[in-house]
Design a binder for this molecule. Structure first.
Ligand SMILES: [Zn+2]
Length: 77
């Protein structure tokens, strides 16, 4: 059974065929509407990771990787 992949128009939520000329929009009109939203700042561009908790977690992950290197160099001496 073949399934047709569809997207939903970000503008009006109408299912759009992937091979549509205006993908991901259902029509040129909706594409323009969406571009208009971007231009007017209605959509906010998401910022890169700035969550302090997440950054801390990443730092911990780094620290957990480093001790192994330190141990190896200690054995060498
Ligand atoms: Zn649409």
């Amino acid at each position: 059974m073949a399934t047709t992949k569809t997207l939903r128009c970000p503008s009006c939520n109408t299912p759009v065929l992937l091979n549509s000329e205006d993908t991901p929009f259902c029509s040129d009109r909706c594409r323009r509407v969406d571009l208009g939203k971007w231009a007017s700042g209605e959509y906010k561009i998401s910022s890169p990771i700035l969550d302090p908790d997440l950054l801390e977690e990443l730092e911990h992950a780094e620290q957990q990787r480093h001790p192994m290197h330190e141990e190896k160099s200690r054995y060498r001496n």
